[in-house]
Design a protein around this ligand. Structure first.
Ligand code: ZN
Length: 173
């Protein structure tokens, strides 16, 4: 398993719609292993393919934060939201592609998601709480959307400028 570099906003790849996965291959298995390793190392609770420049409909997540609880690494291929609750909930979201910036985002509190598993079978599950927020945030990535796109333009521009500065500093080393 390899820890991959995470793309930092602004990057055109983070604005693109990712391609659907046609079939589960050994390469896709390796990609998902790398994505989980990269996510846990960051550390983060979710990571989508485009964030490491893999323009495919694949995301990984594990929202178990309690160290006494068993980890639950999930890999979702071609995920689709099939139902969203009318009830909304607000979480202070962050993103591995927008380091150290956080903002409240309101989303449906519960969602039903269908996806293809690495086992090649179809799966579905109702997500609630942090899992619901996380899966919606990651599916947004597969559609070229970031959590800052929900913010007011001024706040979004402020964060984007900070990220441009961060990228310049990192490029200089
Ligand atoms: Zn993100």
């Amino acid at each position: 398993m390899t820890i991959r570099p995470i793309l930092i906003h602004p990057d055109p790849r983070l604005k693109k719609v990712a391609d659907p996965v046609a079939e589960i291959t050994p390469e896709l298995q390796r990609l998902s292993d790398d994505m989980l390793e990269t996510m846990y190392d960051a550390p983060g609770i979710g990571l989508a393919g485009p964030q490491i420049g893999a323009m495919q409909q694949i995301l990984v997540m594990d929202c178990i934060k309690d160290e006494d609880e068993e980890p639950r690494p999930m890999v979702l291929v071609n995920p689709k939201i099939t139902w969203s609750s009318e009830d909304l909930s607000t979480y202070e979201e962050g993103c591995l592609s927008i380091p150290e910036q956080f903002a409240d985002v309101e989303r449906p509190a519960e969602v039903d998601v269908e996806w293809l598993g690495l086992d090649g079978a179809g799966h579905q599950e109702r997500f609630t709480g942090l899992w619901a927020t996380c899966v919606q945030h990651e599916i947004d990535h597969l559609n070229g959307k970031l959590f800052i796109d929900y913010l007011k333009p001024l706040k979004r521009q402020m964060i984007t400028r900070k990220m441009q500065k961060l990228k310049r500093e990192r490029a200089r080393g």
